[in-house]
Design a protein around this ligand. Structure first.
Ligand code: MG
Length: 461
């Protein structure tokens, strides 16, 4: 099915509202999704609070209804809440989530969820793209259109209760934790504070009012979390948790005010699952090439094998199902816990973190300090055309990869004794992501410099 430009990126269709993501395109896409799903399918639609979603939501519902879909509307919900509802209630043929996750506030997007609650495989997205470009939409006769869409009001409540089932509530409540929540003025505001209160945690909310113009950028990365860091430090909180726009990521700020990379905290959660949770899955975790290689160093001690995949939660989730895994994660704060669901889930991650700390009885900063010390720099290089990425990757492989362990399933990752480098094209923007990690700041900067010089050389021809 070649020849059609891609609409779906790593994680759904994304674009700047009213520039690329215009009503006409949203309608065609909705008609294509509805046609793909088959007449009479039951589809749960949810949205986040992003600008533009007011019109996008209405168009999506309209497009689906016109193709003979029975629409259920969940309103403002985190993506994992929508997914959990689909998975746990059953009876839905699909879900559509209207969100651009962590992208800047001017973006929105649409992603399709399969009947098991996990994102649709990429091959299926290609089928939707074909229908979109060929405009082979199903037009349902007037007499067969459904009466109206149905509003579902208990998605967030059901989700929080689902997360609570997997942790020891009394143990957590007995510790008197104080946690700062930065919800990026989006849908995690509706679930994370509620979850924490039910776990007896004292909640300090930051950016917990829904707003299409958020106080902070949706991506939970250090440059966007200065306010949350200040609040954690000034209140002496146990830690802070920051979500992205649709609440599937959780990034932690430790009690010293350090923003911790998601792969570090994921290692802690994996240790917790292996040591305290009695999970029967094979001792295997699945993560993308963008995660640090310290994972292997730390988890080896626990007899855990690391399976590397391409970047993208769909790939991680489907790989976890195939190989059997006790957890899966991304360095950006996405964490998947199979007993709950095979999707990134910010609230589930948070509940497990609280449970881990309640077992350990030590501060998060102490537990982080026990991990191997490395210094990482993540940066990006803009591309004029996405095709430039291939040339850069080949060159990095040739120059840095010689005689070293190379993983080239997604861009190129070169692993040395005490460093690694990853160069890969973004799935959603015309940029190259460059990650460099080494033993200290100086050697990381030096290595990054070498990589960037090489990239600039290739790009300038
Ligand atoms: Mg997200």
């Amino acid at each position: 099915m070649k020849g059609y430009p891609r609409l779906f990126g790593t994680d759904g269709v994304r674009g700047v509202v009213n520039e690329w993501l215009i009503p006409e395109r949203v309608l065609r896409l909705s008609l294509a999704i509805g046609t793909y799903l088959g007449e009479g399918s039951r589809v749960l639609v949810g949205r986040d609070a992003r600008a533009g979603n007011s019109f996008i939501t209405n168009i999506v519902i309209g497009g689906l209804v016109a193709t003979g879909i029975k629409v259920y509307y969940a309103g403002y919900v985190p993506t994992p809440a929508l997914q959990y509802y689909i998975k746990s209630l059953g009876g839905f043929d699909a879900g559509v989530m209207i969100t651009a996750s962590h992208n800047p506030p001017e973006y929105s997007g649409i992603k399709v969820i399969a009947s098991d609650g996990v994102e649709l495989p990429h091959e299926e997205e290609r089928v939707i793209e074909k229908i979109y470009y060929e405009e082979s939409f199903r037009r349902v006769p007037w007499s067969k259109l459904s009466k109206d869409y149905e509003v579902v009001t208990d998605v967030n409540e059901h989700y929080v209760d689902g997360v609570l089932q997997h942790v020891d509530r009394d143990r957590i409540a007995s510790k008197g934790f104080k946690v700062v929540v930065d919800a990026a003025n989006n849908v995690a505001s509706l679930t994370t504070p509620r979850l924490l209160k039910k776990l007896g945690v004292k909640v300090v909310g930051l950016n917990t009012e829904l707003s299409p113009v958020p106080n902070r950028y949706p991506e939970p990365v250090p440059e966007n979390l200065a306010d949350a860091v200040e609040v954690v430090k000034s209140l002496g909180a146990d830690f802070g948790v920051a979500h992205d726009g649709d609440g599937d990521r959780a990034i932690y700020i430790d009690d010293l005010g350090r923003v911790i990379s998601g792969d570090r905290t994921a290692v802690l959660l994996c240790k917790h699952i292996v040591s305290n949770k009695n999970v029967k899955a094979p001792k295997r975790v699945v993560t993308a090439v963008s995660s640090s290689t310290i994972i292997e160093d730390v988890l080896r001690e626990y007899g855990v094998e690391v399976v590397w995949t391409k970047v993208g939660s769909i790939t991680i989730a489907r790989t976890m199902m195939r190989v059997g895994a006790l957890a899966g994660f991304e360095e950006n704060g996405g964490f998947m816990y199979p007993p709950h669901q095979y999707v990134r889930d910010g609230a589930m991650s948070l509940a497990l973190m609280l449970e881990f700390l309640s077992y350990e009885g030590r501060k998060l900063s102490e537990l982080i300090n026990e991990l191997p010390r490395r210094y990482i720099i993540k940066t990006k290089v803009p591309l004029r055309r996405r095709e430039e990425a291939t040339k850069v990757i080949e060159e990095v492989k040739k120059v840095f990869g010689a005689g070293k362990r190379v993983i080239d399933i997604d861009g190129v990752k070169v692993i040395g004794k005490d460093f690694w480098v990853l160069v890969r094209p973004s799935g959603t923007e015309p940029i190259l992501r460059v990650f460099v990690e080494a033993s200290d700041e100086e050697s990381t900067k030096k290595l990054l410099n070498e990589v960037l010089t090489l990239i600039k050389g290739v790009l300038s021809g």
